[in-house]
Design a protein around this ligand. Structure first.
Ligand SMILES: [Zn+2]
Length: 440
């Protein structure tokens, strides 16, 4: 890991160009614009009402046939991978990609026009450090079509790629560390290549109106058809690396790891991006096991068990850390992998059931009521749970802070409480509970 932090970067100024959209064949103007820290890369549809934006994130991935399409709601942007690869590899973390159509200009089928544009706009450092995904254990995805992507720990972002055409024709291999200099020189000029059989049907159906030998190399049998000679003898594998960089940009974090790819395609690239994002989500959830704040007048486990009749495995509060007022308190529950519910919820993918969180809220709220009523000779029954929201998964290793506040109590027998479960300072679930108390 580098000893000095790397800082986020954006563009120095706005830069744009106009070209032809691949699928519609129409003119499109694309503008790259600077954006603030932690903004990430967003696409903006200038041609639509209210100019909606779409986050370049794997959650927004829609389709991966031939090109990568992202969308939010009914808004789509197609063929985002080359502009994303250029921004990401040239070190731009935050930017708006504004377009007046649903896809960028195809240019010459490479990332060169976007690199030129980034050069024109300039790249400038921002004040926040970059966010990284450090590969810890080997991860991999494998598809039925023969694509295999393995991600290995590495302190750099490296790609080693093997490309192979039908019957293993045009088999090429290249391994590199992805840096702005290497990308600009070795990868950005590599153009899209297509197999004649694949594009013929699309051309016949008029689905690639903007497609021509100006913006793709066409492979027909042994023949390589293109407007100009190949830019590299191994141009195909270089373009495959370009697509991997563009698709993995959807992780929206800098990857420190080594991608070993065999016959990759957009589908398998996206699958790897999804796997990384899932692992990152899991890590964020368990990352901070925050110290339990000490509060006056809390209850230890023994005292909790004197009040609550619940016992293992149904005691869902370890202790009460503080009573803020008579009607407000915070309980704590450390969730371990040994909780019985993890065995079946779910095998290999442990997530705490939402109902158990509601149960934890109910137990903390009833402690408030027992204290208020100064008796434990009653038993609380749940009557309703309203406004229940589960916002984030709770995973083994999490410490849940259970906030409960009595909002209404009618006599000593009916009470309403507003409750929240908090993990790592984020609300993971909330509910409004009503219960009644009956004599045992
Ligand atoms: Zn491509």
């Amino acid at each position: 890991m580098p000893s000095t932090p790397e800082f986020q970067q954006t563009l120095g100024k706005i830069a744009g160009f106009t070209g032809t959209a691949l699928h519609t064949g129409e003119k499109v103007t694309l503008k790259l614009q600077p954006a603030p820290v932690d903004h990430g890369i967003k696409f903006k549809r200038k041609d639509l009402q209210d100019e909606p934006t779409i986050d370049a994130k794997i959650e927004n991935l829609k389709t991966v046939e031939r090109a990568t399409t992202i969308g939010e709601g009914s808004v789509r942007v197609h063929t985002v991978e080359h502009v994303l690869a250029a921004l990401w590899a040239m070190g731009v973390d935050n930017a708006v990609v504004e377009m007046d159509a649903n896809e960028p200009p195809i240019g010459d089928g490479s990332a060169q026009p976007y690199v030129d544009l980034i050069r024109k706009a300039g790249v400038s450092a921002q004040e926040e450090p970059r966010k990284f995904f450090d590969v810890r254990d080997t991860m991999h995805v494998e598809s039925k079509t023969g694509a295999l992507l393995v991600l290995l720990p590495d302190d750099k972002f490296r790609i080693s790629c093997t490309q192979a055409g039908p019957n293993n024709k045009f088999t090429q291999f290249l391994s590199m560390e992805v840096t702005p200099t290497a990308f600009e020189r070795e990868i950005a000029p590599a153009r899209t290549f297509v197999y004649y059989e694949d594009v013929k049907t699309l051309m016949d159906k008029n689905l690639i109106k903007g497609g021509s030998l100006e913006n793709a190399i066409v492979v027909r049998g042994e023949a390589v058809l293109s407007k100009e000679p190949l830019r590299f003898p191994d141009e195909f594998v270089r373009h495959k690396i370009l697509d991997i960089i563009g698709d993995l940009a959807l992780v929206a974090r800098r990857i420190r790891g080594h991608v070993v790819a065999v016959k990759p395609g957009h589908a398998s690239n996206a699958e790897l991006a999804r796997l990384i994002t899932r692992e990152q989500t899991r890590r964020s959830a368990v990352a901070v096991s925050r110290a339990v704040p000490s509060g006056d007048g809390g209850l230890d486990t023994d005292q909790v068990m004197q009040i609550l009749p619940h016992r293992f495995p149904f005691l869902m509060v370890d202790r009460i850390i503080s009573f803020e007022t008579e009607t407000k308190c915070i309980g704590v529950k450390t969730v371990t992998i040994n909780e019985p519910f993890f065995q079946g919820h779910f095998p290999g993918h442990p997530v705490m059931p939402g109902v158990m969180q509601v149960e934890a809220m109910a137990q903390v709220a009833s402690i408030l009521l027992f204290k208020l009523a100064k008796t434990t000779s009653r038993i609380g029954y749940f009557m309703s749970a309203d406004e229940v929201k589960f916002r984030k998964p709770v995973l083994p290793g999490d410490t849940i802070f259970i906030h409960a506040e009595l909002t209404k109590s009618r006599g000593e027998r009916l009470a309403k409480a507003k409750c929240q479960c908090v993990v790592n300072d984020a609300i993971v679930s909330e509910a409004e509970l009503m219960f009644t108390f009956l004599d045992k």
